[in-house]
Design a protein around this ligand. Structure first.
Ligand code: NAD
Length: 278
């Protein structure tokens, strides 16, 4: 499909962050707008690090159709939106700003994006299942909160800093701080750290020892560059089923498309566009 040339009536949406020039979001969102035949366009706004408390006002002033929000602005937009969703009340941060009538609402789609991607990839749900989440940063916290709502029976939070793990475990009633050994007893294992990511702090390492991985587990690395991370390589060699972070990236963007436009996201078109560039 040929992209529409923007005109005076084109609705502008975008991602705001610092830095943001590496973002894959324009590829995903523009593929969706094109597929839906909408006169919308999506760009990246790299704004000054101290501008966080002015982003909601800027969205209103410029009449933007919606914003994806990344570091370091996830907290300031949650604090300055007209309204926040339940997930944002719990997490204290948001990755999405959308309109509900005249109000700008802050939402978080990462955790639900993870759950949708898990369910789609494995053909199963988290209901009644034990989940190990490795990490306690922003992505881990979203996943713990959403896995709790999705009915996980137990969430083992494994992190090198116990105090952050404790804070993250407060996000779901079934979550608890756990030692790495607990990973071996979990149905679903999620790496939510940057360990194993190209260009990250430990690109060649797996955050989980191979002795804790086995057949019957579903192992997700939310890292997607490289596509086959050290953790996924180990998990495959131990007979576990695996998924990388591309599914989550697509699904969290799909939820944003839904919030921005009220339409069902064309996930296959979004996935095709993303897979052509990663
Ligand atoms: P963050 O900085 O908030 O958290 C990073 C986490 O990694 C922390 O828990 C930190 O303790 C842990 N960590 C870092 N280095 C470590 C090490 N050497 N050993 C053990 N733990 C270590 O970042 P975030 O936003 O939570 O993102 C984490 C990762 O998830 C990144 O690689 C990011 O690209 C990826 N991510 C993917 C998606 C997706 O849609 N697939 C969405 C969000 C984040």
């Amino acid at each position: 499909m040929t992209p529409m040339t923007p005109t005076a009536t084109t609705v502008v949406a975008g991602v705001v962050g610092h830095p943001v020039r590496h973002s894959k979001s324009p590829i995903l969102h523009n593929a969706a707008f094109q597929h839906l035949g909408l006169d919308w366009t999506y760009v990246a706004f790299e704004v000054a690090e101290d501008a966080g408390d002015r982003i909601v006002d800027a969205m209103r002033t410029f009449g933007l159709g919606g914003l994806s929000v990344t570091m370091p602005f996830k907290r300031p937009v949650a604090e300055s939106a007209d309204r926040v969703t339940e997930a944002v009340v719990r997490l204290g941060v948001a990755n999405t700003l959308f309109w509900d009538g005249d109000e700008i609402v802050a939402d978080s789609t990462d955790g639900d994006g993870f759950v949708l991607a898990h369910n789609e990839h494995f053909g199963s749900t988290l209901s009644g299942r034990s989940v190990a989440v490795i990490g306690a940063g922003g992505a881990a916290r979203s996943i713990i909160e959403a896995a709790g709502r999705a009915g996980a029976s137990d969430i083992a939070v494994v992190n090198r800093t116990p105090s952050s793990a404790g804070d993250a475990a407060e996000l779901a009633t079934v979550a608890r701080v756990a030692d790495p050994a607990a990973i071996g007893d979990c149905h679903v294992v999620v790496n939510a750290t940057s360990v194993g990511m190209t260009g990250g702090p430990a690109p060649d390492l797996s955050p989980v020892d191979s002795s804790l991985l086995h057949r019957g587990q579903e192992v997700v690395d939310i890292v997607y560059q490289p596509a086959l991370t050290p953790l996924l390589r180990l998990a495959e060699s131990q007979g576990a089923r695996t998924a990388n972070g591309l599914g989550m990236l697509i699904q969290q963007a799909g939820l944003q498309i839904q919030r921005f436009t009220g339409l069902e996201p064309p996930l296959a078109a979004m996935s095709d566009a993303l897979r052509a560039v990663v």
